[in-house]
Design a protein around this ligand. Structure first.
Ligand code: AHG
Ligand code: MN
Ligand code: MN
Length: 340
């Protein structure tokens, strides 16, 4: 039985961490993370009702303004923006759902941080009741005053202040890092609070799972094909064969591998040279977490966090997870290219 007098809330944990590592902290980052947690709770509540929309019928799907019910990724996007844009803590936002930089509305103060997010990742999974997520990254502003600019969001991932995700699965969890470990909190729906459930998550150096959309096999480079054959067990002197797990929801696939150990890859292919995933609000935050948990993340060659971004929605191949497994993929790709 949970003793509620002993639990650590997300808010208290972040406050304690800030006090421990940044004695001069103003509490702004704590509050910003808490704003994101609030947005996540609102999104979680809406997702839980998603399966009911068909039963309740189209009449209930028309909202008070007479508009049709929003798609969940639009809802999630609006919810996060509204949780962040009036607080004075944020100078600009970048979202998967917005083509351009999202400014702070007129009349509200601009703050010290830029926030980048994928409001609903894996949204096609909603229809089949499989896990989805929200991914976020927080950068310190580099522009000097007024509204934030592109410069504030186009920073390499190594300069992020914090990053995390929320997974809407069998339970709702928020996992974040502000550079000092990776910590997970589970939402207790009876009190509406995220409670510390996974302190200091570390990823085993090698994992038992590999996660990749193998239907693309024929379009991959020889190096990527060889690495995946290694996962199958075809290179036993260098790598023990792995078990396959792929949900098709980055947050869920990375979450599993972060905890149990494993490697997720979304390589480039002959159709999509840079793969599918976006650098700024998918790969960077996940890479930040992977490294903080003792894992690694590359594009098959370079460290993800060292890529200097040039566009809001640019894509990159991704190899992420247990350090030795990520290294294996990089080595096989390099050897294959060298012998070509
Ligand atoms: P989103 O729903 O934000 O567009 O992202 C979906 C992404 C990601 O969650 C997942 O890893 C990937 O798409 C799966 O792609 P494939 O269907 O090509 O495997
Ligand atoms: Mn996504
Ligand atoms: Mn999305």
């Amino acid at each position: 039985m949970l003793n509620r007098t002993l639990v650590t809330t997300l808010e208290r944990f972040i406050l304690d961490q800030e006090a421990a590592f940044h004695s001069d902290a103003s509490g702004e980052l704590t509050n910003l993370l808490y704003d994101i947690a609030l947005g996540a709770k609102l999104i979680a509540a809406q997702i839980r009702r998603a399966g009911l929309v068909d039963i309740i019928g189209t009449a209930a799907a028309i909202n008070v303004q007479g508009e049709e019910q929003q798609k969940l990724d639009v809802f999630a996007n609006e919810t996060l923006k509204n949780a962040l844009n009036h607080t004075g803590r944020v100078c600009a936002m970048a979202s998967e759902e917005d083509e351009e930089l999202v400014p702070i509305p007129d009349g509200y103060p601009a703050g010290r941080y830029a926030v980048l997010f994928d409001p609903l990742d894996g949204s096609s999974n909603i229809d089949v009741n499989a896990p989805v997520g929200t991914i976020f990254a927080i950068a310190r502003r580099v522009s000097t005053s007024g509204q934030g600019t592109l410069q504030d969001v186009l920073q390499p991932g190594r300069d992020l202040v914090a990053a995390g995700y929320v997974i809407y699965g069998s339970s709702v969890m928020m996992v974040y890092s502000a550079g000092h470990g990776v910590h997970g909190f589970t939402l207790d729906p009876t009190i509406g609070e995220f409670l510390l459930s996974h302190a200091s998550i570390t990823t085993p150096a090698t994992g038992k799972y590999y996660s990749v959309n193998e239907s693309n096999f024929g379009r991959w480079s020889l190096g990527v094909q060889r690495a995946v054959r290694g996962f199958h067990g075809d290179d036993p002197t260098r790598l023990k064969g792995k078990n396959s797990r792929y949900i098709g929801s980055l947050v869920a696939d990375v979450h599993r591998n972060l905890i149990t150990g494993g490697v997720f890859i979304y390589p480039g292919d002959s159709k999509n040279r840079d793969g599918k995933l976006r650098l700024l609000y998918e790969c960077n935050p996940m890479a930040f977490l992977a490294e903080a948990a003792g894992g690694k993340a590359t594009d098959g060659r370079r460290r993800i966090l060292d890529i200097v971004p040039s566009g809001l929605h640019q894509r990159t191949p991704l190899v992420i997870g247990s350090a030795a497994d990520v290294d294996y993929v990089g080595e096989v790709i390099a050897e294959t290219e060298a012998s070509a």
